[in-house]
Ligand binder design. Structure first.
Ligand code: AMP
Length: 299
């Protein structure tokens, strides 16, 4: 028998481990006329994830956080193995926030023997992160489709931190008529400007200090953009800032159209406005790869 928790005390989230139990939970919530918000994560929850949960809670009646380190979206086995999995801390953080359900299936449950179907994204997956990470976005669209099928949310909240992923998932929901409103949430940053990321946990103290070169590089790009700089000079500004940091290895910086995700070789006067052009970068510290992005003209 369950009783209402004492005032001020949160009830622990319902733990869901299979698509069938997730679906049953979803049906029960919906039968009471309540809406569902889903926040898909790979765990190692931080302030960025928690902001997404708060956003979902403001939009819906019941929030489900999924925690699943999806092997299908890792192009490097070593990255998959090294990915942090602090499940107890994650569950405590979800309880603290009043999350209603945590869907945390195992890989064997998600991809049992004989699994073979994939959801293939279109051209949005062919730029930026796509070419360097073969199969990554196909892994994302496949797992997100499975999460949406199991939880049947009304709303799903994704971070602008993974800007390309957000665009691809929006397209996925539209193209396959999934009936889920995909909401983008702004990037949450540490006090020094570094975007919060589960991978930040893998940086040592020196690398962590060095990683502030990423937000600095992006700030340099907006400064060059504001004075009329071309995409080439904007990219060069980022490269210079990263090159000055001995522990950092620059992978790419690109200026792109936030709608099509296509690279912009030039910025026309009409592009020099908020929401019209974005810059994204990927930088390595040892074997840890961090990404970030921002609007070039947000002010
Ligand atoms: P992950 O666990 O890294 O797969 O991220 C789960 C969700 O949280 C994705 O939609 C990410 O874009 C989002 N996210 C991760 N870090 C941040 C951040 N610093 N600010 C906003 N959203 C984030």
């Amino acid at each position: 028998m369950t009783s209402a928790p004492p005032p001020g005390e949160r009830r622990a989230p319902v733990l869901l481990a299979t698509p069938a139990t997730a679906r049953a939970w979803s049906r029960e919530v919906r039968s009471g006329g309540r809406t569902i918000g889903l926040v898909p994560t790979m765990g190692a929850l931080h302030g960025g994830h928690l902001a997404l949960v708060t956003d979902a809670a403001a939009r819906t009646d019941a929030v489900c956080v999924s925690i699943f380190v999806n092997p299908l979206q890792f192009d490097q086995r070593t990255d998959f193995d090294a990915y942090p999995r602090p499940i107890d801390g994650d569950l405590a953080a979800c309880a603290e926030l009043g999350v209603d359900a945590v869907y945390a299936p195992t890989a064997a449950v998600m991809y049992p023997e004989g699994f073979q179907t994939r959801v293939v994204p279109g051209p949005l997956a062919a730029t930026m992160e796509g070419p360097g990470r073969p199969g990554h976005f196909e892994g994302v669209t496949t797992v997100v489709t499975k999460l949406f099928a199991a939880v049947a949310p009304d709303v799903a909240v994704f971070g602008e931190k993974d800007f390309q992923q957000l665009a691809i998932v929006r397209r996925l929901a539209r193209d396959l008529d999934l009936g889920v409103e995909v909401v983008g949430h702004p990037i949450v940053r540490e006090p020094d400007g570094l975007a919060m990321s589960s991978r930040n946990r893998r940086l040592d103290a020196e690398q962590r200090r060095a990683a502030v070169c990423i937000p600095r590089a992006l700030a340099a790009t907006t400064a060059v953009a504001a004075t009329g700089g071309s995409p080439a000079s904007i990219v060069q500004a980022a490269e210079q800032v990263v090159a000055a940091e001995g522990l950092a290895r620059h992978e790419y910086t690109t200026v792109f159209d936030p709608g099509t995700l296509e690279e912009l070789d030039e910025l026309l006067p009409g592009d020099r406005r908020p929401g019209r052009a974005r810059v994204a970068t990927a930088v390595w510290f040892g074997d840890v790869r961090l990404i970030d992005n921002r609007d070039l003209f947000a002010g």
